[in-house]
Design a protein around this ligand. Structure first.
Ligand SMILES: [Zn+2]
Ligand SMILES: [Zn+2]
Length: 289
């Protein structure tokens, strides 16, 4: 599986293209770029480490349907994480500092940062944020901050593992490396495979085209898609069986693998709205949620 390639230059270039076709994206594209550059900058301080799994163990876990990074297998350096949370917090505060005014107290308390890290890692499964309560910050906002602050630790650990794993056919709606939900996907035309990208560790994996990734139904009578008039290449695939949907970008030829899916996600909110109006729930995470 060819993994995503993103850096500041690629994101800057792509963001400019999205902005040219929709000026209304200005604020959110800037936010994404600011967040990414902090993740990259401070991410360089994450210490190198040897992979915690060897080749045989990697394929064994994939076959078993077990994630490659269990919650207790992610190495989080608290000092680096705290710096990441501080700078990302500043960016998020940009417009309204009130929701994050307690952040400083949290960051001054090593024990609390560790507790929140554990709560985040343990609770991603149930989408339950109760471990985030009692911190003085809205659990949803704190969860999002933890998500973008911990992501670079996952990027680093996932990138060595995904190279050694066979991720071409993993028919599931959660990331085979870290267990998180995807952000969205695209259609690889050469073999008709759908490629999903993890919203947390960024790993890409392939699932069959005619299958709902969330409930895994292949009943074609239950699967359909919608698109905006005049743009068939961007679709929301709806599943009648579980009432969830996933956005898939099609077309784009060879260059489609270069797509920056978080940007594509931000640029296709109209599809989210259209699917929600029809009563479908988003099966993926968004960039900022
Ligand atoms: Zn992942
Ligand atoms: Zn389904």
């Amino acid at each position: 599986m060819k993994q995503r390639k993103i850096n500041k230059a690629i994101i800057g270039r792509r963001a400019k293209e999205y902005l040219e076709s929709n000026r209304g994206l200005k604020g959110v594209l800037k936010l994404y770029r600011d967040v990414f550059s902090i993740q990259k900058k401070i991410g360089q301080k994450i210490p190198d480490q040897l992979p915690h799994l060897k080749g045989g163990e990697i394929s064994f876990r994939i076959e078993e349907g077990r994630r490659l990074i269990e919650p207790d297998e992610l190495e989080v350096n608290t000092a680096v994480l705290r710096e990441m949370m501080k700078e990302l917090g500043e960016v998020l505060k940009g417009e309204d500092s009130k929701p994050l005014e307690k952040l400083e107290d949290i960051l001054a308390d090593d024990e609390e940062v560790r507790r929140l890290t554990e709560a985040f890692l343990e609770e991603r499964d149930g989408d339950d944020t109760h471990g985030m309560a009692e911190s003085g910050i809205e659990p949803e906002i704190l969860y999002m901050l933890m998500h973008i602050a911990i992501a670079p630790f996952f990027w680093k650990q996932a990138s060595t593992l995904s190279k050694k794993a066979d991720l071409g056919q993993v028919p599931q709606g959660t990331c085979p490396v870290c267990g998180e939900l995807p952000i969205m996907g695209f259609l690889r035309e050469e073999d008709g495979l759908r490629i999903l990208e993890c919203s947390l560790c960024g790993t890409r994996w392939g699932i069959p085209r005619m299958m709902c990734p969330f409930c895994r139904t292949t009943d074609q009578k239950k699967l359909s898609y919608i698109f905006a008039e005049g743009d068939q290449s961007r679709r929301a695939y709806l599943c009648e069986a579980c009432k969830r949907y996933i956005k898939i970008r099609t077309g784009g030829g060879q260059g489609i693998e270069e797509m920056v899916l978080p940007l594509e996600d931000l640029a296709t909110v109209h599809l989210d709205n259209a699917a929600a109006e029809r009563g479908y729930e988003r099966g993926c995470r968004t960039v900022f949620s």
